[in-house]
Design a protein around this ligand. Structure first.
Ligand SMILES: [Zn+2]
Length: 345
C-alpha cells in the first residue's frame, strides 16, 4: 500500500510537470485528489491493515495529497503569471506611432454668426426667445400694426397655408408674443433668431428662406439714444472697433420713428468703393422705437412704457464679415464652401 501511494505521488508530479495549460492541471487535480481518485481507492483497503499500521498509512496518504496539492498550486501560479505576461506582450501599444486624424465637421457660417451675435447680446443682459415658423396672420401682421389690406404687406408676401396661417415673414411676431406673455408688466430684453420666409425669387442677394435676428427692449424711459448706443456696441463688436454707425430715417409699420443703420465701409474706410457703391457706408439693419399701437395691442400702457426694436439678416452680416458674394452659397451646402469656416484647419 505504501508502495502504491509513492507511485501515485510520482505519477501525479510528473503529470503536473508536463501539463501545458490550466485545464490540463485541473484535470489532474480532479483525477488524483477527487473523491473517486486513486488515493481514496487505496485508503479503502486500510481495513486489512493492523491497528499499528493504519495511522501511519493515513498520515502517508495525507502527506501524498498535500504534496500533490502544493505542486498543482505552484504550477498554477507559474502558469497564470505566464498568461498575464503573454497578454501584456500581445497588447503592447506603440505610443510613438502618429495618431489617425479624426475628421470633424464645423458649424455652418450662419450658425457661427448667429451664436456670435447671441453671445454679444446675452452679455448685455438679453435673453433668447424662439417662436414658431408657422405663424398666424394676427401675430405676423396685425399685432405689428399691419392690418389686413395695409400696403406694407406687399413687401412681405409669404407662403400661405390657409387665409389665416402662413410661414412667418419675419421674427417680429415674437415681439407681440413676448409682450402678451408679460401681461403688460415689467421690462423686456430679448433677441429672437430664426428662419423666415418670403415669396422672393432667389438671386445673389435674395432667398425665399433666410434667417433673421430680432431685438426688442421694452421698459420705462427707453429712448432713441439707448437704441443708438446698443447698435453702436453691436457694430463695433461684430465688425471692428473702428467702425462708425449712422442712422437714416426710414419707415416700418411697427416702429415710430424708424431708422436704417449703416456702418462705415471697412474696405475703403469711408472713401467710397464698389462694395459700398461709392457712398462709404453699408446698410446693415432696420430699427426704431416700438410703435405705441404695437405696445397697446400687446397689453402695454404706451404712456408708461416705451421700447426699441431692431431686425437684421445674419446672411448679410456674414456676407460682409466673411466676404461671401452670393447668399445661395449658404443653402447649397457645397462642402468646399462650408469647410472654409472650420476653426480646425
Ligand atoms: Zn467702401
Amino acid at each position: 500500500m505504501e508502495q502504491r501511494l509513492v507511485e501515485l505521488q510520482q505519477e501525479a508530479l510528473e503529470g503536473i510537470k508536463k501539463a501545458t495549460d490550466l485545464k490540463e492541471l485541473n484535470d489532474i487535480r480532479v483525477s488524483y485528489l477527487g473523491k473517486k481518485g486513486p488515493i481514496t481507492e487505496v485508503l479503502k483497503g486500510m481495513g486489512k491493515l493492523s491497528a499499528e499500521e493504519r495511522p501511519k498509512m493515513g498520515a502517508l496518504a495525507n502527506e501524498v495529497r498535500d504534496v500533490i496539492a502544493k505542486a498543482i498550486e505552484e504550477k498554477q501560479a507559474v502558469m497564470e503569471e505566464e498568461e498575464v505576461a503573454k497578454k501584456l506582450a500581445s497588447e503592447t501599444i506603440d505610443v510613438t506611432l502618429p495618431g489617425r486624424p479624426v475628421k470633424t465637421g464645423n458649424h455652418h457660417p450662419l450658425t457661427r454668426i448667429i451664436e456670435e451675435i447671441e453671445d454679444l447680446f446675452i452679455g448685455m443682459g438679453y435673453t433668447i426667445a424662439e417662436g414658431p415658423e408657422v405663424e398666424s396672420d394676427y401675430y405676423n401682421f396685425e399685432a405689428l400694426n399691419l392690418p389686413k389690406g395695409h400696403p406694407s404687406r406687399d413687401m412681405q408676401d409669404s407662403f400661405y397655408i390657409t387665409e389665416e396661417i402662413l410661414l412667418r415673414t419675419h421674427t417680429s411676431p415674437m415681439q407681440a408674443r413676448t409682450m402678451e406673455k408679460k401681461e403688460g408688466k415689467g421690462p423686456i430684453k430679448i433677441i429672437c433668431p430664426g428662419k423666415v420666409y418670403r415669396r422672393d425669387n432667389d438671386d445673389a442677394t435674395h432667398s425665399h428662406q433666410f434667417m433673421q435676428i430680432e431685438g426688442l427692449v421694452v421698459g420705462e424711459n427707453i429712448q432713441m439714444s439707448d437704441l443708438k448706443g446698443t447698435l453702436d456696441v453691436f457694430a463695433k463688436k461684430i465688425f471692428g472697433e473702428d467702425r462708425e454707425i449712422r442712422l437714416r430715417p426710414s419707415f416700418f409699420p411697427f416702429t415710430e420713428p424708424s431708422v436704417e443703420m449703416d456702418i462705415s465701409c471697412k474696405i475703403c474706410n469711408g472713401k467710397g468703393c464698389s462694395v459700398c457703391k461709392g457712398t462709404g457706408w453699408i446698410e446693415i439693419l432696420g430699427a426704431g422705437m416700438v410703435h405705441p399701437n404695437v405696445l397697446e395691442m400687446a397689453g402695454y400702457d404706451s404712456k408708461k412704457y416705451t421700447g426699441f426694436a431692431f431686425g437684421m439678416g445674419p446672411e448679410r452680416i456674414a456676407m460682409l464679415k466673411y466676404g461671401v458674394d452670393d447668399i445661395r452659397h449658404y443653402y447649397t451646402n457645397d462642402v468646399r464652401f462650408l469647410k472654409q469656416f472650420s476653426i480646425h484647419e
